[in-house]
Every structure is written in C-alpha cells, then in structure tokens.
Design a protein around this ligand. Structure first.
Ligand code: 5AD
Ligand code: SF4
Length: 450
C-alpha cells in the first residue's frame, strides 16, 4: 500500500508553490494524493498575513482531526507563516501535529516525514532561518505536462511596512543566485512549460541584499530568463513600487515575453497614510510609475492590493484611495480591512478605526473596483488575443470540450474546442466573444468550434 497525503494551502503564491514542491517530492517518493479522510499525512500550509490566522489554523486542525479520527496513524505537518510564529508550542495542544516547518524548513520535510512514519513517538520542528537562500532539489514528476511554473528568486523581505508581519515570518531578504534561477527555469521549459512566474515577497529587490553576490539585478535577471529557449510568457509577483527601476520599466518595453500586466501593490492613495505605513513612496510617485510603464508598453494593465481603515485613516484619506483607483483604472484589486498583526508598528498606533467603518469603506472600494473591472472586461469583447491553454474543465458539452486558459493579462478565458484537439501548453489565437464577472469567453480565431 502506498502512503497517502493531502495538502491544504492558505495564503500567497509562495505558499502555493511550496505546497506544490512538497506534493511533487512526496509523489516521487511513492506517496499518493488522497481525500482528507483517507490521508496518512496531512500538510497544512498556513498564512498569517491577516485576520485571526491562528484561529484559522486551529479550526483547520479541528476539521482534520474529525475527518481522520478513524485513522490513528494520521499525522499533520504544519508549515508556513503561522508555523514559523507558533513553533513547537503547537505540540502542546494538537497531538496530531508531529512536524512543524517554518519558512525555511520545508526542504527538511521529505526526510523528516519518512523518519516520523518509522518512529511514531517522534515530533520534529524546523523553524530556524537559513543564512542564504534555502536551495531545494528541483522535483519534477516524469512525464508531467504543465503549462505554467512558479520559480522562487528570493526569500524574505527587508521592508518595514508598519502593518506587515512578513519580515517576521519570512526572515530577512536573501536572493537566490541567478544561475540557480536560470537552471530551474531551463528544466521547467524542457518539460514543456511555456509561462514562468518569478516569485518573491519583494521580487524587484532581487540582488539588493548582496546574498547572491554581484548578480544581474532584477531587470537583468528578467532579460536572462526571457532569453531562454521555449519561454513564451514571463510574469512576476510581488514587486514594491519603491524598487521599480528605470531598467525594469525599459524591460517592459523591450521584452516581448514579459506580459503587459503588472500587479503593483498600492496599499493607500493618501500621502499621509502612505507615510504612516512606511511605504517610502507617495501618490505622485506611484502615478508616475504607471505613466512611465504605459509609455513603455501602451497595452499595459495594472492590478493592486489595498488596505482600508489603516489607523488614523480619515474620510478624506479614503477618498484619495478611491480617486487613485479610478485614475489608474485597475483591471482588478484585492482589498482588505486593516487588521492588527502582533509585534508590528501599526499595532501600537493610536486612532484605530471601528470595524463597522472599515467594512463600509471596503464595500465602497469594492463596488468601485467591480464597476472598473466589468467595464475593462467588456471592453475586451471583440479583441483578438492569444490563450495559453492550461486544462480542460470538467464540463464537456455538446459544443466540444471546454478548455480554460489565460490571456497575456492573466485573465481566465474559457473556450470550446473539438474533443481531443486541445492540449495544455498550447498557445492559441482567439477572439473574445463575451465578458463574465471575472473571466472571458472566446472562440478560436481560426474558426474552430463554436
Ligand atoms: N491588514 C490588512 N491587510 C494586510 N495586508 C498585509 N498586512 C495586512 C494587515 N495587517 C495586505 C496587503 C498586502 C496583502 C498581501 O495583504 O495589502 O499587499
Ligand atoms: Fe501569508 Fe504573507 Fe506568509 Fe504568504 S508570506 S503565507 S501571504 S503571511
């Protein structure tokens, strides 16, 4: 019998990418993925960026215990940012948790899991930070065909945004060597991957920490990755506006593989709030970046993250946020009510806003964004575009096989193809026919089915 595992992931793309790595590693070691109820090993990859993250972990652990109660040997590996913060304290209250993997500890997981299976009374905790980027063997399942891949280029974050827990949970910034990044990208491309997303908490600070020696800097790295044979699309998350360099702006104009979509966290539109947040840019600088990027690449579109109700935020400050959202015309945004994080500077600030007021402002912002997003999506109808096919969706209809892909802006696009004619990783010219709330419909531009 093969051992079984189940993975539950909260949080950012970094966590999604870490969970994927662990799953691939376990599969290569003979494990098989299963439903939660059947799992011998449950990996819970946690996030602590907002709102009661510990409670979320505790309730997930409760759910896991109930689902697996018939299976005495089931154990849990708690990974990610909450694991980094709680550490081995979790062992006191949750007997099922036998492995704690902090931010730099994931690489120890495969061997640790094998030891834990052999020694039922053992518990292990890895929460030390490593001095340099914690390299892990690249695990690829032979014969796997995926269209897209994530590649980490740095760990940690060296900024001190007043609201943010990440520098505490992910440690100081450590860039990976450009050579290691290029080797990993090359291996993915050889398997048929067409799109690579470079990942980091502050991705465009790559190389600034000196950990990777005299590397090429972020824009230089983009150039080297874009030049790799087989790469059709290059993306990255998450950049910080203060580290958007002239070289990076130029790269958007020059590298055709670099997709014309940038997720650039704004956080607030008022200079007073931005200063209190410690963001190190103001409204005018952000707008200037948008202008320069659009000048370099006229079809460029933007998405963002926004926090409403930061301590001391006035109605006027909030209107500045609404104003800049409208001015930039974001295609989409993630917005959140400010939430206190332990040990951060904002936690100690006066003038906290009442929960009701924060929710009201969030609703106003989200209504505005919804309007902008719908108009933007509807404006795409009739456009010619190119989809990178990712997978066939479950519902196959009489019109053919339903496929999902993404356009260069990262928008999910659905299309019907003759049964058996689609394949993930194929770039397909299409014409957009309809806008849904968060996605588009398209038909094959060379007159395929429906
Ligand atoms: N409260 C609310 N939102 C937060 N974010 C980060 N910290 C907090 C906090 N304390 C948001 C930011 C960030 C996104 C990942 O989460 O907008 O960009
Ligand atoms: Fe969550 Fe931030 Fe940690 Fe990602 S880095 S898991 S978003 S707290």
């Amino acid at each position: 019998m093969h051992p079984t595992f189940h993975v539950i992931t909260f949080g950012c793309q970094m966590n999604v990418s870490d969970s994927d790595w662990l799953a691939r590693t376990l599969i290569r070691r003979g494990f098989v993925r299963s439903a939660l109820e059947e799992a011998e090993l449950v990996v819970l990859n946690s996030c602590s960026v907002r709102e009661k993250p510990e409670q979320k972990v505790y309730s997930a652990l409760g759910r896991i215990a109930r689902a697996t109660r018939h299976n005495a040997q089931t154990f849990v590996a708690l990974a990610g940012c909450v694991a980094q913060q709680i550490g081995e304290r979790i062992f006191d209250s949750f007997p099922q948790v036998r492995l704690v993997l902090g931010s730099d500890g994931l690489g120890f997981a495969p061997d640790a899991i094998e030891r834990l299976r052999a020694e039922p009374n053992l518990r292990l905790c890895f929460t030390d930070f490593s001095d340099s980027f914690a390299e892990r063997p690249l695990e690829i399942i032979p014969g796997s065909r995926q269209a897209t891949a994530f590649v980490s280029i740095m760990q940690g974050c060296g900024n001190c945004c007043a609201y943010c827990i990440v520098p505490a949970t992910r440690g100081r910034p450590r860039s990976r060597s450009a050579e290691a990044v290029l080797v990993e990208c090359r291996v993915w491309l050889e398997t048929g991957v067409k799109e690579i997303t470079l990942l980091g908490q502050n991705v465009n600070a790559f190389g600034q920490d000196g950990a990777a020696g005299d590397g090429p800097g972020f824009a230089g790295l983009l150039r080297r990755v874009a030049a790799l044979p087989g790469l059709a699309r290059l993306r990255f998350v998450t950049p910080h506006p203060k580290d958007v360099s002239p070289q990076l702006i130029r790269a958007f104009g020059e590298l055709e593989q670099l997709c014309p979509r940038l997720h650039l966290p704004l956080q607030a539109g008022s200079d007073r709030v931005l200063a209190r947040m410690g963001r190190k840019y103001d409204r005018a600088h952000y707008l200037k970046l948008i202008r320069l990027l659009r000048a370099a690449r006229p079809d460029m579109v933007f998405s963002t993250d926004i926090i409403v109700g930061f301590p001391g935020e006035s109605e006027e400050d909030f209107r500045d946020t609404l104003g800049i959202v409208e001015e930039v015309n974001f295609m989409s945004s993630f917005s959140f009510c400010y939430s206190d994080r332990p040990g951060t500077a904002a936690e100690r600030m006066p003038d906290k806003l009442d929960a009701q007021l924060k929710l009201e402002r969030l609703a106003r912002l989200q209504a505005l964004q919804e309007r902008l997003s719908i108009v933007w999506l509807q404006g795409r109808v009739g456009d010619e575009s190119v989809l990178l096919l990712e997978g066939a969706s479950r519902k196959a209809a009489s019109r053919g096989e339903a496929w999902q892909g993404r356009d260069p802006y990262g928008v999910p696009v659905n299309t019907f193809l003759p049964v058996g004619s689609g394949s993930s990783g194929v770039l397909m010219p299409v014409r957009i026919t309809e806008a849904k709330k968060h996605s588009l419909l398209a038909v094959s531009a060379d007159g395929g089915l429906a």
